[in-house]
Design a protein around this ligand. Sequence first.
Ligand code: CA
Length: 222
Amino acid sequence: MRLLLVEDHVPLADELVAGLGKQGYAVDWLADGRDAAYQGATEPYDLIILDLGLPGRPGLEVLQEWRAAGQATPVLILTARGSWAERIDGLKAGADDYLTKPFHPEELTLRIQALLRRAHGLANQPQLEAAGLQLDEARQCVALDGQTIELTAAEFRLLRYFMLHAGQILSKGQLAEHLYDGETERDSNVLEVHVNRLRGKLGREVIETRRGQGYRFSGVAG
Ligand code: CA
């Protein structure tokens, strides 16, 4: 999953970029509201974390502009402590959730996971499940028939994306765009290698190749 982080407080941004990276998210970081308005409207993010107090343009205005343009990406806003007015304005402008600074990194993680499940119609799942697999996002492993299967960081990233899009045909281009940040070189051969390793661990039938179209992660269990 690829996230946009808009935060002008550099120490916090550094900490969040590092922490989210360890959790298998590809993160693009911006500090300026004008840059965020443009990039958030043009790049295919899965979720946006938006600070409201920004140089360039206020975060609230940026969010209003995205929503007015039909941009439906989940947005989690970061607000100042004690500012209920900011939270209310943010929610009215179309934010999906908020966190008040300072916050515990684990709270951000759990809110991101929940927002992503909700955005993919899986709000009822306390943990990500598809095709008989249960993904443990904290430990980055997967359970199948009561057995725990360890995953590499790259396999975990890929499997999480597949599980959130079970049953859908995903092109290699789409996968590359959503698994890697804007700075990473996107090599479709590398993607193929990881797909084959996941098949080796989970069973060949779990990920189907659609010639000329891409891959389809098995939607239905059994
Ligand atoms: Ca700020």
